[in-house]
Design a protein around this ligand. Sequence first.
Ligand code: SF4
Length: 81
Amino acid sequence: MDTLLDQDWRALAECARTDPELWFSPGALEHKEAKRICRECPVRRQCLAFAMEAPVDHGVWGGLTERERRRRRGQGPPPAL
Ligand code: SF4
């Protein structure tokens, strides 16, 4: 079960091996590249669940921007990836 306390998934994060600015830049091009990398990330589901539960209010997490995550909040659990 994934919880806020269970963050072992971070060790497998694709973004840990890339420039973190991609995930926290306000630019659309950076977001597009970050989301492309997120799609290949083996822990995307755990990352998105964490960002939705916390909630995290900045950056791209689990392949979604803050705006996209906010839109999904209140609409039930995150979709299966
Ligand atoms: S899904 Fe994206 S933001 Fe989350 S750990 Fe993977 S690469 Fe990083």
